[in-house]
Design a protein around this ligand. Structure first.
Ligand SMILES: Cc1cc2nc3c(=O)[nH]c(=O)nc-3n(C[C@H](O)[C@H](O)[C@H](O)COP(=O)(O)O)c2cc1C
Length: 371
């Protein structure tokens, strides 16, 4: 196949419109969800509102918000993360949505439960320990609370009612954060889910929790509202871990949530150019789309020369020809961009115009401010 370059931009599908369910996106570039810890009391500030708005103005196709703590007593593990369970927080999010929409952007709220990353003493409920599938925070380390069926029901209900709030606030959809070792991933992974009931044991039972969440969310929002799921192989505390070692294995994990009513899947990789399974050069996003046959986002070091595991390490802007080719070949449908959009809110415009040399390199300074 002829190589598509930035210069041949008229042909570049990545920068052309895409319809995700009923929502028209001006291009297929998605801002990856990134926690900024700058919403004191769970309330997005005016700086947070301008930060998202600035990126919508600079033509990001769809913005996925930073993880928003789902309204459950054990969801939180980090300071100053936004929430939805106060009038002020909802008012803040309403303004975030309005800012993005005023620039014709689309916006998805990422709903996040930190699971075993929570420790006793953490706010807003210091007496509440981390909650996990089997009390395990990693294989063999049982220091969290093993969720009862009642806890599970309470948590599912929290996702469903938060999703409804998000729809009322004007979001185009929600993304369920099922990646990186947090609560849902803790249920999905055999290393941390050794339950013997309907939520654990065999591989299909480990998907039951996320499938129930998606069903409950779907039942509580309108048909046009987008419901997505982010998942990953790697965990925040184990970069080499794998949920699935073969495509067949991945299929068993992904199909139950897809059938529960998902509109897209978001495959979180560290380096999107790496192959996922032996005997194939294709990455996790490719396999995700092939297996699920639903719209798929790929993420992981797009436009940068190194991955994000050490967030403080600098990273140099690079060509995105490989991402452009993957999208043109419909290996998956959208790409998400994280750090490159933190350091340079005009990344989309510059890449679209082939101005790689103008892109601001990523350094840890980008983490310190909300510009
Ligand atoms: C500062 C920062 C905060 C992040 N917070 C979240 C988050 O809240 N939810 C999530 O799913 N991923 C989070 N991630 C992971 C990113 O969404 C993305 O997958 C990762 O940065 C890789 O993309 P990149 O190489 O383009 O930066 C975060 C990453 C960074 C750098």
């Amino acid at each position: 196949m002829e190589k598509i370059t930035i210069q041949g931009r008229k042909l570049i599908m990545l920068f052309q419109e895409y319809k995700l369910k009923n929502t028209n996106l001006r291009n297929r570039v998605v801002m990856a969800p990134m926690t900024r810890n700058q919403s004191p009391g769970g309330v997005p500030t005016d700086d947070v509102i301008s930060y998202y708005s600035r990126r919508a103005k600079a033509e990001v196709g769809m913005i996925i918000t930073e993880g928003i703590e789902v309204s459950h007593k054990a969801s939180s593990a980090y300071p100053n993360v936004p929430r939805l369970d106060s009038d002020d927080a909802q008012e803040g999010w309403k303004k975030v949505v309005a800012g993005i929409k005023s620039h014709d952007g689309a916006v998805i709220a990422q709903l996040w439960h930190c699971g075993g990353f929570r420790k006793l003493g953490m706010q807003p409920n210091p007496d509440v320990p981390g909650h996990t599938a089997s009390g395990l925070v990693k294989p063999g380390k049982k220091v969290a609370h093993e969720m009862t069926l009642e806890d599970i029901k309470e948590t599912i209900d929290a996702y469903a009612s938060d999703a409804k709030i998000c729809e009322q606030l004007g979001f185009d959809g929600v993304e369920i954060h099922g990646a990186h070792g947090y609560l849902i991933d803790n249920f999905l992974w055999e290393g941390t889910n050794i339950r013997q009931d309907l939520y654990g044991g065999s591989i299909d039972k480990r998907s039951q929790f996320v499938s129930d969440i998606i069903k409950a969310v779907r039942d509580n929002v309108s048909e046009k509202f987008i419901v997505g799921l982010r998942f990953s192989q790697w965990k925040q505390h184990d970069f080499e871990a794998k949920l699935a070692t073969t495509p067949e294995h991945l299929k068993k994990i992904l199909l139950p949530p897809v059938e529960a009513g998902l509109d897209y899947l978001h495959s979180s990789m560290r380096r999107f150019w790496e192959s996922e399974f032996t005997d194939s050069e294709e990455n996790l996003a490719f396999w995700t789309k092939k297996i699920s046959n639903i719209p798929t986002i790929g993420v992981g070091s797009v436009g940068l020369d190194s991955d994000f595991i050490d967030m403080t390490a600098p990273a140099t802007p690079t060509s995105i020809d490989k991402a452009i080719e993957d999208i043109s070949n419909q290996k998956y449908d959208m790409i998400a961009v994280g750090r490159a959009l933190l350091s340079d809110h005009e990344w989309v415009l510059k890449m679209k115009e082939g101005r790689l040399e103008d892109v601001i390199p990523y350094t840890k300074d980008a983490l310190m401010n909300l510009y």
